[in-house]
Design a protein around this ligand. Structure first.
Ligand code: GDP
Length: 305
């Protein structure tokens, strides 16, 4: 996972190993390794530029504190490598953070709604099931609305997930998605559920019909949260999709799926900086338990090894 982006940091570490002083030349050479790997990983160009400039400014501009006191009260020297990697860690965290996993749900017992949007194949239906499973564990009572009415397979897929999770699934043939979503809320009230998760339709690419339909669903039910499910493996395409969905729907955040199979990491590193909206969860596999809260610090740690 994220091998491409990790590669540059590993090269920088090797370059700095054993060096006692972080000279401007060493900083520039290390940043060159990192820059190449970030671009290869499909991180947005502006994000790469900003990241490199921030790290350079800190690494070259700061007087290196050569000793730190560790948890046991012992003083120890900080190597050039430790110092540089710490700066990279902080800047990676700043790029992807702060942590924001809130779904803005009302208190338990009051009806809340989450609208799931995304392109076809992004993992939207699977992720809707994963989120329902998580909400169940938190003591909520979810109901799923199958509003991806154009692909019968999507409705069936959601029904299967609902059966497996023992969560009701609302669907009525012949009803258009904005009305279906509204009726889904009514069904949730009747069945004493307290979170409606609407699985909306996706397309292979963004089109006007899709966006207009999603806007109509939003205005009909006014969900508490709108989440875009993004496929991490398509890199910057995912970031461009995110920006467009956000422009039309004002998203609350993202769920980045398939990070388990993403060798590059470009979407994870760019999406927050480009859109200003947080990644809330990561999809780390196909099964229902493979949904992690997004922790920028944790991902920065994984990248830096
Ligand atoms: P939708 O068209 O957006 O509803 O996408 P689906 O939910 O049908 O998912 C498309 C494919 O991606 C399926 O084969 C899923 O099992 C798979 N998938 C979804 N999320 C993840 C994930 O986090 N990791 C991996 N490896 N596969 C995933």
């Amino acid at each position: 996972m994220l091998e491409t982006v990790t590669k540059g940091f590993r090269a920088a570490k090797n370059r700095l190993a054993g060096k006692s002083e972080l000279t401007p030349d060493l900083v520039d050479e290390s940043l060159r390794d990192i820059r190449v790997s970030l671009l290869e990983a499909d991180v947005a160009f502006d994000v790469v530029k900003k990241f490199v400039a921030r790290v350079r400014e800190k690494a070259v501009g700061e007087v290196v504190q050569t000793t730190v006191t560790d948890a046991g009260g012992q003083k120890r020297r900080v190597s050039a490598m430790d110092h540089f990697i710490k700066i990279c860690h902080d800047e990676l965290e700043a790029l992807m953070g702060p942590v924001d996993t809130s779904l803005h749900l009302k208190p338990k017992g009051q009806l809340s709604g989450i609208m799931m949007v995304g392109l076809q194949g992004s993992g939207k239906t699977t992720t809707t099931g994963k989120l329902a499973s998580r909400l169940l564990q938190e003591g909520r009572k979810p109901l799923l609305v199958a509003a991806d009415i154009y692909r019968p397979a999507a409705v069936d897929q959601l029904k299967v997930l609902g059966e497996r999770l023992k969560v009701p699934v609302y669907f009525e043939p012949g009803i258009q998605p904005p009305e279906l979503a509204k009726r889904g809320y009514a069904a949730a009230r009747e069945q004493k559920c307290d979170v409606v998760l609407i699985d909306t339709a996706g397309r292979l690419a963004i089109d006007e019909t899709l966006m207009t339909e999603l806007e109509a669903i939003k205005s009909n039910v006014q969900p508490d949260t709108i989440l875009l499910v993004c496929d991490a493996m398509i890199g910057q395409d995912s970031v461009r999709t995110a920006a467009e969905f956000d422009r039309r729907l004002t998203l609350d955040g993202f769920i980045l799926t398939k990070l388990d199979g993403d060798a590059r990491g470009g979407a994870a590193l760019s999406i927050k900086e480009v859109t200003g909206k947080p990644i809330k969860f990561l999809g780390m596999g196909e099964s229902m338990d493979k949904l992690e809260e997004f922790r920028p610090e944790g991902l920065a740690g994984r990248i830096l090894g």
